[in-house]
Design a protein around this ligand. Structure first.
Ligand code: BES
Ligand code: ZN
Length: 641
C-alpha cells in the first residue's frame, strides 16, 4: 500500500506541476473508464482512501491533453416541427501533443451524418452510450488538418434542449426553444469537448422561422431585422457549458446603458421594472471586484418551465419568470447570475468537483452585491436564510456529500445538486473575510479574478494560490489546516461565522407567541414584514401544526393565495406535511404551472411520503410532464412511481 502510494503520489505530483495556471488540462485519454489516481493535496486521511486524479474531468470523454478545441463555428437550423437542430459544427483545434491523431468529442443522442476536413470525408467512430455521460465521438485527424466540419442533428429528447409548444408560452401563439448546458448537456446539442477546462471562442448562424428571434450567450443585436437568420459571435473563450441558445417571440427592453431584458411581450415591462437595479448591481460589482469583461449584461426571461432559477450564460443570463414578484424581493437571483460574470465565467471551475469555486464565490459575491444595493438589513436576512438552507443539507446529506471538493466519480452531476457548494462555499469565504478584514479580502478577490481570468482552475490550484497570497500575509489569523477542513471535510467547522438578523428577532417572537397560544394570528404585527420575514416565519415552524393553526394563518394572511412564489412554496410544503387540504388546489396549480426544480422537487418529495400524497403527485406530474424540462422530469419521476 505504502509503495503504491509513493508511486501513484509521484504521478499525481507530476500532474499537479503540469497543472499550472495556464489552463493546461490533465486529462488522460478517457474514452475508456477513467483510471483513478491519488490527489496529493488532500489531507492524509483522505489520501489513503481517495484516488481522485486532480484536474481530471471524470465527466468528459474528450482528450484536450492531446488536442484542444479552440474555436467553434455553428450553422444550425431550428426545426420546430421535428423538434431538432440540424446543421454543422466546425471545430478548430490545436495539437497539444504534436503526434496526436485523434480528436475525441462528447455527444449525447446526436446523429452524426458525416465528418469532413478540407472538404474530404474523414473517418469517425461513435461509441456506444454511457448511461449519463453520452457517447464518445472519435475522429481520425490527418496530420495537416486543424479543423473538422461535423454534420449532425439533435434528438427531440436532447437533455439540454426544451421545445415548447405555443400553448406552453405566455403569448400562446409561437413555439419556444431554449438550451440549458450546465453541467454536461452541451453535448446533447453540439458535438464538442464538453469539459469546463476547455475554453473556446464561438460564432454561430441560427436559422429560425421568420417571425421568431434567436438569442445566444454571445453578442446580441436587439434591433436586428427579424429575417429568420441570426449571426452571433463570442470573442472571449468560454467553456461549453456556457453556450446557450433561445428562440421565440422575443422582444427587448433596455434597462440601462449596458443592461436590458429579453422576453415575450406580455411580461417585458414587468420584468424590466422588477430587474431595474441590474445596471446599479453591475456598476457596484465592477467597482469592488474589477472590470466587467463581457461588454453587455442582458437578461432573458424564460417561460416558467425553465428548470433553474437562473443560468449565467455570458452576456445573457437565463432567468426564471417565477422571481418576478412585483416588489424586487427575489432579485438576489439577478445579483447571483451577474456575479458569475466574475466567478464562473471569467474564472471557471476546471471540473465539476470544483463547482464550489463557481457557486461558493458567486454566492459570497451575491451577498456583497445585495448589501451594496439594498443595505445591511436585507443582506443580513438573506445571509440567515442561506445559513438555514445550508444547515438543512448538513442535517440530511451523507458526510461525503457535505464536502465542498466533492468526489463525483461515477455520479451524474445532476443528481448531486445541493447547497454545499453554494452556502458552505460562501460561509468559508466570509470567514476568510472576517479573519483578514474586508478591505484585504476584496484586494485578494480582485487579484484572484485578474490572475485567473479566462482560465479554468482546480480547487487545488486555488488552495495553492491562497497559500501564496492571503495565507502568507495573514499567517497569524489563517491556517492551511483550517482551510483544508473547510474544503475537504464534511460539516461546518466550529467557530464559523454566524449570520444574524435583528429583523428576524421580531419574527421569532411573533411565532413563539402564536405557537404558545398567547396570541391569534391577527394579533401578529406583520404589517411591515417583508418577504424574507415571511419566509423566515414559515420556514421555522415546527414540523407539525394543527388544522386550526393552519386555518388561522391562512385566513389571516391569505397564504394559499400568496403571489410570491417562494412564500407559496414554503406554505405549500407546510400544507403537504400537515395535510392541509384547503391549499391543495393551489398546490396542483403550482406544480402544473412551474417547472423550476428547486420549487417543485421538495413538494413532490413531501407528497411521495404518503399514499394519498402520492396519488396527488402522480396526477399533477402526469398533467405537467409534457411541459416540464427533461431535467425536472428526471429529478421528480422517482417520486411518482
Ligand atoms: N449555474 C447555476 C445553475 C446550475 C448549477 C445549473 C449547476 C447546473 C448545474 C446558477 O447560477 C444557479 O446557481 N442558479 C440558482 C440560483 C440561486 C442560487 C440564486 C438556482 O437556479 O436556483
Ligand atoms: Zn450559480
Amino acid at each position: 500500500m505504502f509503495i503504491k502510494y509513493i508511486v501513484v503520489g509521484a504521478l499525481a505530483l507530476t500532474l499537479l506541476s503540469s497543472c499550472s495556471d495556464d489552463n493546461s488540462s490533465n486529462t488522460t485519454p478517457s474514452n475508456t473508464s477513467p483510471s483513478p489516481k491519488v490527489d496529493q493535496s488532500l489531507p492524509s486521511v483522505e489520501v489513503t482512501k481517495n484516488a481522485i486524479q486532480v484536474g481530471k474531468d471524470y465527466h468528459s470523454f474528450a482528450n484536450p491533453e492531446s488536442i484542444k478545441v479552440t474555436h467553434l463555428s455553428l450553422d444550425l437550423t431550428v426545426d420546430f416541427t421535428k423538434k431538432v437542430l440540424v446543421g454543422t459544427a466546425q471545430l478548430d483545434f490545436e495539437r497539444v501533443d504534436v503526434n496526436a491523431q485523434q480528436l475525441i468529442l462528447d455527444t449525447r443522442d446526436l446523429t452524426i451524418d458525416g465528418v469532413t476536413a478540407k472538404g474530404k470525408e474523414i473517418n469517425f467512430d461513435l461509441a456506444s452510450a454511457d448511461s449519463f455521460l453520452g457517447a464518445a465521438l472519435t475522429i481520425d485527424i490527418p496530420a495537416d488538418v486543424n479543423s473538422v466540419l461535423i454534420s449532425y442533428q439533435t434528438s427531440p429528447k436532447a437533455s439540454g434542449v426544451q421545445w415548447l409548444t405555443p400553448e406552453q408560452t405566455a403569448g400562446k401563439k409561437h413555439p419556444f426553444l431554449f438550451t440549458q448546458a450546465q453541467a454536461i448537456h452541451a453535448r446533447s446539442f453540439i458535438p464538442l469537448q464538453d469539459s469546463p477546462q476547455v475554453r473556446m471562442t464561438y460564432e454561430a448562424t441560427i436559422r429560425t422561422p421568420i417571425e421568431l428571434l434567436a438569442v445566444m450567450s454571445a453578442s446580441n443585436e436587439p434591433d436586428t431585422p427579424r429575417d429568420g437568420v441570426y449571426q452571433f459571435s463570442m470573442p472571449q473563450p468560454i467553456p461549453a457549458y456556457l453556450i446557450a441558445l433561445a428562440v421565440g417571440d422575443l422582444h427587448f427592453k433596455p434597462m440601462g446603458e449596458r443592461t436590458g431584458v429579453y422576453s415575450e411581450k406580455g411580461i417585458l415591462d414587468a420584468a424590466a421594472a422588477e430587474f431595474a437595479d441590474t445596471e446599479s448591481m453591475l456598476i457596484a460589482t465592477e467597482k469592488t471586484f474589477g472590470p466587467y469583461s463581457w461588454e453587455r449584461y442582458d437578461l432573458l426571461i424564460l417561460p416558467p418551465s425553465f428548470p433553474f432559477g437562473g443560468m449565467e450564460n455570458p452576456r445573457l443570463s437565463f432567468i426564471t419568470p417565477t422571481v418576478i414578484a412585483g416588489d424586487k424581493s427575489l432579485v438576489a437571483l439577478i445579483a447571483h447570475e451577474l456575479a458569475h460574470s466574475w466567478s464562473g465565467n471569467t474564472v471557471t471551475n476546471a471540473t465539476w468537483r470544483d463547482l464550489w469555486l463557481n457557486e461558493g464565490f458567486t454566492t459570497y459575491l451575491t451577498y456583497r452585491i445585495m448589501q451594496m444595493i439594498y443595505g445591511d438589513e436585507r443582506f443580513e436576512m438573506e445571509a440567515v436564510l442561506g445559513r438555514q438552507d445550508l444547515q438543512a443539507d448538513i442535517d440530511s446529506l451523507p458526510a461525503n456529500d457535505q464536502i465542498m471538493a466533492i468526489d463525483l466519480r461515477g455520479r451524474d452531476p445532476d443528481d448531486v445538486f445541493s447547497n454545499i457548494p453554494y452556502e458552505k462555499g460562501a460561509l468559508f469565504l466570509r470567514e476568510l473575510e472576517h479573519k483578514v478584514g474586508r478591505e484585504n479580502f476584496d484586494q485578494f478577490l480582485l487579484g484572484y479574478f485578474e490572475k485567473f481570468a479566462f482560465k479554468s482552475i482546480t480547487t487545488d490550484q486555488f488552495v495553492s494560490y491562497l497559500d501564496q497570497t492571503l495565507l502568507k500575509d495573514h499567517s497569524a489569523n489563517l491556517s492551511k489546516q483550517r482551510i483544508e477542513q473547510w474544503i475537504f471535510q464534511p460539516g461546518i467547522p466550529d467557530g464559523a461565522p454566524v449570520p444574524k438578523s435583528d429583523a428576524f428577532s421580531v419574527v421569532d417572537q411573533a411565532r413563539d407567541d402564536w405557537l404558545a397560544g398567547k396570541i391569534q394570528a391577527n394579533k401578529i404585527d406583520s404589517e411591515k414584514w417583508v418577504v424574507h420575514q415571511w419566509l423566515y416565519f414559515l420556514n421555522n415552524m415546527p414540523e407539525k401544526l394543527s388544522q386550526e393553526q393552519l386555518a388561522d394563518l391562512d385566513k389571516t394572511f391569505a397564504l394559499t393565495n400568496s403571489k410570491n412564489n417562494e412564500i407559496a412554496h414554503s406554505w405549500l410544503l407546510i400544507s403537504v406535511n400537515n395535510w392541509y387540504q384547503p391549499a391543495f388546489n393551489r398546490l396542483h396549480d403550482y406544480l402544473t404551472s412551474i417547472g423550476r426544480n428547486k420549487l417543485v422537487k421538495p413538494l413532490y418529495k413531501a407528497l411521495s411520503q404518503t399514499p394519498d400524497g402520492k396519488v396527488m403527485a402522480q396526477k399533477a406530474f402526469a398533467e405537467a410532464k409534457p411541459g416540464y424540462h427533461p431535467l425536472t422530469v428526471k429529478a421528480n419521476e422517482g417520486f411518482v412511481q
